[in-house]
Design a protein around this ligand. Structure first.
Ligand code: DG2
Length: 247
């Protein structure tokens, strides 16, 4: 028996368009991002992949993307579950900073360490920083789990419990799952599913708004490693653009 999992990074956000580190800052989709989300829904229809349940983060760029995609696919009515464990990685003190300026200020090596290394988080954000989420009601129950910065390793550690407790059971129940999330929370899950090494995951980038479909066997191993983008040409171009951000 195979399970069907659809991973969807939100459409372009207003801060993706401005090239700013976003993390847990709750920015809206750009107009282009809204179009990408609806197109993502149409790609699902064209491929005959119709989600039965959607899991999203607590951030509006993923929530809105799921809504627009499902609306376009006439699946706006399916159950939705939201959890902070699917949030983008917390980008610490880099939140709100310009990627190009950060690259110019700190150099290629440090920039890529912060952006793509597995285990090096950016400096933590201070509570008084205007882009801190301290005191945000939606995270009131997190207690010690509330991050001030995260590397990808931290995202894997906080995302996997939700994968086990909430996403896998939906797959086992025979549901097609849409997981609408973020560049780095999706990288964390893809690393786990495809068994990508800590070094090699640095080279993986996720495009905005293009559904990535995984068929999983009954041990949750991908039938095709890397899954299948529903618009492979657009995905390849968009992956290159993400990789080159800041340059
Ligand atoms: C981006 C990812 O997250 O940035 O937080 O800036 O997927 O929510 O737009 P998303 C951000 P990079 O790690 O690709 O720089």
């Amino acid at each position: 028996m195979a399970y069907t999992l659809v991973l969807l990074r939100h459409g372009e956000s207003e801060w993706n368009a401005k090239n700013l580190f976003t993390g847990w800052v709750d920015v809206a989709l750009s107009e282009k991002g809204r179009e990408e989300a609806a197109k993502g829904g149409q790609l699902l229809v064209d491929a005959g992949v119709l989600p039965d349940v959607v899991h999203t983060s607590l951030l509006r760029r993923a929530i809105t993307t799921a809504h627009l995609a499902l609306d376009a696919a006439n699946r706006h009515w399916i159950p939705v579950k939201r959890n902070w464990r699917l949030n983008e990685r917390h980008y610490g003190a880099l939140q709100g900073k310009d990627k190009k300026q950060t690259l110019a200020e700190f150099g290629e090596e440090q920039f890529m360490l912060w952006r793509r290394s597995y285990a090096t988080p950016p400096p933590p954000i201070e509570e008084k920083n205007e882009f801190s989420q301290a005191g945000d009601a939606r995270y009131a129950d997190l207690g010690d789990d509330m991050p001030a910065t995260e590397c990808l390793q931290d995202v894997v550690a906080r995302m996997l419990p939700y994968w086990e407790s909430d996403v896998k059971p939906d797959l086992v129940a025979g549901k097609t799952v849409l997981l609408a999330a973020h560049g780095n929370s999706i990288r964390a899950l893809v690393k786990h599913l495809d068994g990508i090494s800590d070094d090699d995951i640095a080279g993986l980038n996720i495009p905005t708004g293009i559904p990535l479909v995984y068929e999983l066997d009954d041990e949750f191993k991908p039938v095709v490693k890397g899954g299948k983008y529903l618009d492979p040409d657009a995905a390849a171009a968009a992956v290159a653009a993400v990789a080159n951000q800041g340059r």
